[in-house]
Design a binder for this molecule. Structure first.
Ligand code: DQA
Length: 143
């Protein structure tokens, strides 16, 4: 059986729906999980979906993905711009990595323009809102 796609979400994404809706929309992370799970099912793929505010917990999941996942879709949130450790974990995972951002980080503050994760990402999707996760799944399905 094909291994699941891991969908990993970083800090503060548990606040979606309440956090800066003018930037991130009103969709909650639970809504995103339900939509992603349904779409993955339609594509005949399984997912494991998680969120953590803790860098080390995300790294543990990336390390687990190496053996247990077929690909990683990750919105590392603020860790995108700071975490060499997540960069290194993704490098070691040796899996297709799709980086997703709800907002167009390039149209925002300068500190959001640098991504350590992009160095390890096959594809980067930013500014499509929650639909970016669906785009990532579709990309992986036709890859
Ligand atoms: C984000 C963009 C990041 O810069 C920010 O720190 C987030 C969310 C996005 O999905 O647009 O928390 O990753």
């Amino acid at each position: 059986m094909t291994k699941p796609i891991f969908v990993l979400n970083g800090p503060n994404l548990n606040m979606l729906g309440r956090r800066k809706p003018e930037i991130y929309g009103t969709t909650t992370l639970a809504d995103i999980e339900a939509t992603v799970r349904e779409h993955a099912g339609a594509l005949g793929r399984g997912i494991e979906f998680m969120q953590s505010n803790h860098e080390g917990v995300l790294i543990d999941e990336i390390q687990r993905a190496r053996d247990e996942a077929s690909a990683i879709i990750i919105n590392p949130a603020a860790f995108t711009h700071t975490s060499i450790a997540i960069h290194d974990a993704l490098e070691a995972a040796e899996l297709p990595v799709i980086e997703v951002h709800l907002s167009n980080v390039h149209r925002r503050e300068e500190f959001r323009h640098r991504s350590y994760v992009s160095l390890q990402a096959e594809t980067v999707i930013a500014g499509a809102g929650a639909y970016g996760y669906i785009m990532a799944l579709d990309y992986l399905a036709q890859r």
